[in-house]
Design a protein around this ligand. Sequence first.
Ligand code: ZN
Length: 402
Amino acid sequence: MMKKQYLLLIAAGLITFISACKNETAYKTLIITGQNNHNWKASSPVLKQILDATKLFTSEIMITPEKGGDMKTFNPDFSKYKLVVLDYNGDSWSDKTNAAFLEYVKNGGGVVVYHAADNSFPEWKEYNRIIGLGGWGNRNEKDGPYVYYKNNQLVTDTSAGPGGTHGKRREFLVKTRITDHPITKGLPSRWMHGNDELYSLLRGPAENMQVLATAFADSTAGGGTMRDEPMLMVINYEKGRIFHTAMGHADEDGGPAMQCVGFIATLQRGAEWAVTGDVTQPVPNDFPSVAGVVLRPGYTEISLEEVFLKIESYDIAKSTKYLSYLQSYIRNLAGDEKGLLDLEKMMVKVLSGDKATVDAKKLLLRELSWMGSDYSVPAIKNLVQDAELKDEAEYALARLQK
Ligand code: ZN
């Protein structure tokens, strides 16, 4: 008896010890904010939440003095951190802080450059080498070339002109340009991004930089350069790795640009790569496709149960986003027969019940017609009796029984 209790005690101690270790191994992350032409009070907590949700990072937010304040008091000890996230666009830091930041990056510190952080410090040469490309702040040809894709070719354009612009905010398509980088590996080659500013005409040193993804700045959709503009970039600066996302313009509550699963997942993956040079996170099931924008209003991944609840009330006239959730689940299960059968069972349950709308059932029949198995056949046969579903049910049966 004593012995058993003793063993239990050891086991409990071990679990506590392991979880303590796990916490301590999370990458210490510093989010720098406090001045920005953007709503940094909204964006910084969202960045923290997104990163910490992976359990890979434990982030703290450091707020600089206000604009015009004494920047000498801003002295972070960068060496304590594995990752520095820049949500800052404001007054110059002190020479001492600049030097400490460069030392941190040179020695292999990871950096995430987020949205308007690439507007910051136009006069600081080394900072611009770290961010690769920047905009606004009187940037022009003296600061480096424009970089973009034209006719599917990467272009480095030294022509004269201003740096930084964007058209009207809108949803837009993001195109992956390098598919075998750890950050983009396994992502769809094209996906829809939530309503955002499409940063354009960025220019800078662009040394040791790879453009991972672009978006087409269509002039017919509210102003644009008619170029495929860089959205996601990686830069190497001595031993340091930098992930630069031009996306994520913040509204009061973060808003659709930050709620976009594409923004969230690429930020999480980019941050991990910046720290380790690799990415261990799986592509989330709700990652968007070309079918439509997928948002996480609470920034956390939506469960399959929630997806089915939403699909039951699916209305063709409204958003198609829950269809793209489901399609992502199906796509991610490719090759996993048991997983697909479990999903098929959930779909058949909705089809056989009386809660779902006709539109929802049509949608499920369409999906089952190509991913279903013999399991679906009896339930679909029953639906042939339903005048509203007859056509879709017969079509699915024809394909399943081929
Ligand atoms: Zn913005």
